[in-house]
Design a protein around this ligand. Structure first.
Ligand SMILES: Cc1cc2nc3c(=O)[nH]c(=O)nc-3n(C[C@H](O)[C@H](O)[C@H](O)COP(=O)(O)O)c2cc1C
Length: 173
């Protein structure tokens, strides 16, 4: 049977990663409090808003991640949206291992997930659904509570580098 055009042209993962990196994002730390293992968290820029009614958001989590199992086993999770200048926190939660929490300021949110200090927004979520995302799991959360600092500026991530927000351009939309 003939292959569909282009099917034999595998996408080079190095080029793909670089191309994905051309999409500028904010930076979040996804946290959960596992009943037995304690706090877990990872840096994630795959966060996306999904739905206002019901209130849903998503992120994708690598199947290789140590945090995958404890995060999915926890009753819920929090999405901590990093503020400009919090790149060291992002770096800390992007490293594997258990040293992420030592000496760190956090408190338990209303629904039990760890809330980090100094962020510009935090969403507390219950698990809503999970979907296959290839080498990642797509995790949908239902927002139970949120907190924002409307005047704050976000930490940005583009092309493997952290950035600050630049000048406003164009009209209000
Ligand atoms: C800016 C940035 C964004 C990231 N986004 C994601 C993401 O969306 N999903 C993911 O699974 N890993 C992401 N990572 C990688 C994880 O943070 C990293 O693999 C972490 O070590 C996982 O920790 P764990 O193995 O202890 O769970 C990102 C890393 C950085 C620096």
């Amino acid at each position: 049977m003939p292959e569909p055009a282009g099917a034999a042209d595998a996408i080079d993962p190095v080029r793909l990663r670089r191309a994905f990196g051309m999409y500028a994002t904010g930076v979040t730390i996804i946290t959960a409090l596992h009943p037995a293992q304690g706090p877990v968290g990872i840096t994630a820029n795959s966060f996306s808003s999904v739905s206002l009614d019901p209130p849903l958001l998503l992120f994708s989590l690598s199947r290789q991640s140590f945090s995958l199992q404890p995060l999915l086993e926890s009753p819920g999770f929090a999405v901590n949206v990093l503020r400009d200048g919090q790149h060291e926190l992002s770096h800390r939660f992007a490293a594997g291992g258990r040293e992420k929490w030592s000496g760190l300021a956090w408190h338990e949110g209303r629904h039990g997930a760890p809330i980090l200090g100094g962020t510009i927004a935090a969403f507390e979520c219950a698990h809503h659904a999970q979907y296959d995302g290839g080498d990642h799991v797509i995790v949908l959360g239902r927002v139970l509570a949120l907190d924002t600092d409307a005047g704050g500026e976000p930490l940005l991530y583009f092309h493997s580098r952290y950035r600050s927000i630049g000048e406003e351009v164009g009209p209000d939309v």
